[in-house]
Design a protein around this ligand. Structure first.
Ligand code: ANZ
Ligand code: ZN
Length: 808
């Protein structure tokens, strides 16, 4: 039993965590919900120990949750584990134990941590994506997409480590070498699985307009990632070869300035356009693509024919042209495109100006603006915008061009040559070719009997029990696909599974999902602004088209919180808190020294929630002192003798109602930092002004004050409420304090009203009111009206907060 004389946070916190747990206070039953509110925290990857930086996310979410509870909602607030993925596999390869073991142990650790923070979730809905009962549905969605031609297999370039015998993700290639073994990484063409997200590019773009409650920054990132461009496709014939090159341009107006064509080293014609002796040069060009490399090229042995002038222009294979965008080929206009300019200057290619440069062309860089056409035959004198139309029209007439819309967005490559993920449910039959698994055979289970130590390549290939199977179509011997799915598939629909986490006959029950979704509030890190949110939106659109749900956008409101930073012991700079930067603060240190409520309060006090903030140990101590003062003060008040007076201190009352108003508004915007500041300010005032001997009055204020603090520091508030004041109900289930708008108004002052220097009445107005407002109120005042009626006011003298004198 906690001792009320001391702020014994350790036993207080353990006591309340146990109560909340046993009572399952956050449990929500699907069929008992009236006003649904679905709030969601991005589910974590179970990487092991959590630090106070991670805490920001969960503590903020919990404060929002408890606040909404007191406002009368009972939000659905589930939690689960994004538990497939590379770190588990790497740990296993290094240490020889199974990824599942590592993952489950980490989950236990993290769950304990959540409990110690006092964050509440409906744990009966917990999901594990690495569980067959979950990933079965990844496979089920995949099969449906395959049937609808939304999943397909195609060749794609991959980073290949010849030593580890495996494909690497871009982030595993550090400066051209393998992150794990340091071997030079090679490009390799591999057949891999894709989801056709590009079919949804336009809808995903349009849908952004509906997301009024998303941060503008995230919407912009998504819009740019989808990257819609409107332009023209133009066909160039090749002289002496019966082939064509199609280019995409947004500047058809510069067509007459195109002095060469440039194609990507990965363009299907790249080999055909050069002699065999240059193949090794082409191969090295393929390794040096993109912005980071100097512009380089190989001249082709053919020329292209300009579609309008019919003159020959050279073709180059150039490393700055990406195969992944447009048609993988461009018409190069060095006078008006900077990359083309640099390339042309390096290789001595013609530069022809076709847009008038108001500043004059000095040969030092391209003029990329729009303007009046020159050197463009019939089109001279036209404005760029008009010329784009006119030239495209002309090309269209002769069958050499058309309007076109292009997106930067690529199809989603979901194949991973990895063990710890969802097996892609496909078999290869020598008789039938690629055969999707049949639904009855799902889930295709990931085999557990794998030896990890020192393993190379994809462990699944070594599991013959897994690989050798029968064709579901003809029954003959077949081999299973050994690629597993990108873990972003798992996280693209987990928010739907929470609704029916144990359902065995379907991924979810549509009726229930339609009732709870869209998610009303989604809280998570800005680092997921693009991929996770885009993939989740894509999945939601697809499931809508499958008729499984009745909404297209999954997340109504998005809140992205900032990160916690600290000076790194390695770089000496302020860095995002992380193990690799040597700047981690463990919650256990703080909790054992000051308690979870202190960590919570400090974490929320640290700064505006959407901004990054720096962790400070002094700040933590300050928050502890504040809580301790509240404890001691409450204890004092509880010992006071019963009502020695009936006095209700108006000053305290007014200040308190103003505080309720301010704190409520801050909570509504998740601005906990300013809410705490307001609570501190009020408490300082309150502590100093307890000369009032009315215990009931003081207790009433104090209890409401505790309610305002409660979502942020719940343990101490529950304890004071229960043991010091003897309340049997828990604060979580109490109503949020309401303010009286009258009392919450600015401080009132009394203004004396004089007529010709004689006192005739008085009025109450908010402090610092403007003259106009005071005059208006004063002339309506009963007693004064008599003196002013029918008279002309010649002069008004106003002294702020004191007096108004009318001269008549
Ligand atoms: C001729 C031209 C003239 C261009 C000019 C620009 C300025 P956005 O807005 O990003 O869509 N481009 C097209 N495909 C490319 C590829 N695969 N790799 C590299 N660059 C490519 O830009 C479209 C412009 O980017 C296109 O218009 C093309 O260059 C280039 F004064 O064509 B432009
Ligand atoms: Zn077969």
């Amino acid at each position: 039993m906690p001792n009320p004389k001391n702020y014994d946070f350790k036993s207080i916190e353990e006591k309340w965590q146990k109560i909340w747990n046993e009572k399952k206070v956050a449990k929500v039953e699907n069929n008992k919900v009236k006003n649904k509110f679905y709030m969601l925290m991005m589910f974590p990857y179970p990487s092991g120990k959590l630090h106070v930086g991670h805490g920001r996310n969960y503590i903020l979410g919990d404060a929002v949750y408890r606040f909404l509870r007191m406002k009368g909602l009972k939000p659905l607030n589930p939690m689960g584990w994004d538990s497939f993925g590379l770190p588990a596999e790497n740990a296993a390869i290094g240490k020889g134990f199974h990824p599942r073991k590592w993952t489950l142990e980490n989950i236990q650790e993290m769950k304990k941590q959540f409990e110690k923070w006092g964050v509440l979730y409906d744990w009966d809905r917990e999901i594990l994506t690495c569980d067959p009962s979950y990933y079965k549905w990844n496979q089920w969605f995949f099969l449906k997409m395959y049937k609808d031609n939304l999943a397909y297999k195609a060749s794609a370039n991959a980073n290949w480590c010849p030593n580890c015998n495996t494909v690497l993700a871009n982030e595993q290639v550090i400066g051209g070498v393998c992150e794990r073994c340091g071997t030079q990484v090679e490009g390799r063409l591999l057949k891999q699985w894709f989801l056709r997200i590009t079919n949804y590019a336009e809808r995903l773009l349009k849908g952004l307009e509906k997301l009024k409650n998303w941060p503008e920054r995230v919407v912009t990132l998504q819009r740019n990632w989808i990257g819609k461009s409107e332009g023209t496709d133009i066909t160039f014939e090749i002289k002496g070869l019966n082939k064509k090159i199609e280019v995409f341009t947004t500047r058809a107006d510069t067509l007459f300035g195109a002095t060469f064509l440039a194609i990507s080293p990965d363009h299907p014609l790249s080999e055909e356009l050069i002699d065999k002796e240059k193949f090794s040069e082409l191969k090295s060009l393929r390794m040096m693509k993109g912005e980071t490399y100097e512009k380089m090229g190989i001249k082709a042995k053919y020329n292209a024919i300009h579609p309008l002038t019919e003159k020959g222009i050279p073709i180059w294979i150039a490393n700055f042209v990406l195969m992944e965008y447009g048609t993988g080929a461009i018409m190069s206009v060095p006078a008006h495109d900077q990359r083309d300019f640099e390339f042309a200057t390096k290789y001595g290619i013609n530069i022809v100006e076709v847009i008038h440069n108001p500043k004059g062309f000095d040969g030092s860089c391209a003029y990329t603006g729009e303007g009046i056409l020159i050197n463009s035959f019939d089109f001279n004198g036209m404005e760029s915008e008009k010329a784009k139309e006119a030239i495209t029209e002309k090309l269209e007439k002769i069958g050499k061009g058309k309007k076109s819309v292009r997106y930067k967005l690529r199809d989603w490559l979901i194949s991973r040559q990895r063990y710890w993920g969802t097996p892609i449910p496909v078999v290869y039959c020598s008789n039938c070719g690629i055969v999707p698994e049949v639904e009855e055979n799902l889930p295709v289970i990931l085999p557990m009997n794998i030896e990890f130590k020192g393993l190379k390549g994809n462990p699944l290939e070594a599991s013959l029990d897994f690989v050798n199977t029968k064709c579901p179509q003809c029954g003959l011997d077949a081999k299973r696909e050994t690629d597993t799915m990108d873990t972003f598939v798992d996280s693209s629909w987990y928010f739907l599974r929470y609704i029916n986490p144990k359902e065995e006959s379907a991924p979810f029950i549509s009726e229930d999902v339609n009732k709870f979704l869209p998610v009303d509030l989604y809280i998570g890190g800005i680092e997921h602004a693009i991929l996770h949110l885009l993939y989740s939106r894509f999945f939601t659109y697809v499931l809508y088209d499958f008729g499984l749900i009745n909404f297209e956008e999954p997340f109504e409101k998005l809140f992205t919180q900032g990160m916690i930073c600290k000076i790194s012991s390695i770089t000496g700079k302020l860095e995002k808190m992380s193990k690799s930067k040597g700047n981690v603060v463990a919650p256990d240190e703080i909790i054992s020294k000051y308690g979870a409520d202190t960590e919570r309060l400090y974490t929320l006090f640290i700064g505006p929630p959407e901004k990054d903030a720096e962790w400070s140990d002094q700040g933590v101590a300050g928050c502890f002192r504040f809580l301790k003062r509240i404890w001691d003060f409450s204890f004092e008040i509880s010992k006071m003798e019963e009502n020695l007076s009936q006095e209700r201190d108006d000053k305290i009352l007014r200040k308190f109602h103003k505080t309720i108003k301010k704190v409520t508004e801050d909570y509504d915007r998740y601005h906990f930092n300013t809410a705490i500041a307001a609570l501190m300010e009020f408490f300082n005032f309150f502590e100093k002004n307890t000369k009032v001997k009315n215990k009931t009055f003081l207790e009433e204020i104090l209890l409401n004050f505790l309610k305002l603090l409660y979502p942020m520091a719940p343990h101490i508030c529950e304890e004071i409420n229960q043991t010091i004041f003897g309340d049997k109900e828990i604060l979580l289930e109490k109503e949020w304090p309401k303010y009286d708008p009258e009392l919450a108004k600015e401080e009132m002052v009394t203004i004396a009203i004089q007529v010709n220097g004689k006192l005739r009445g008085q009025i109450e107005v908010p402090e610092n009111s403007e003259e106009e407002f005071v005059v208006e109120k004063a002339i309506k005042e009963e007693k004064v009206r008599n003196y002013l009626e029918g008279k002309e006011i010649r002069k008004k003298i106003y002294v702020k907060n004191k007096i108004i004198n009318f001269v008549i």
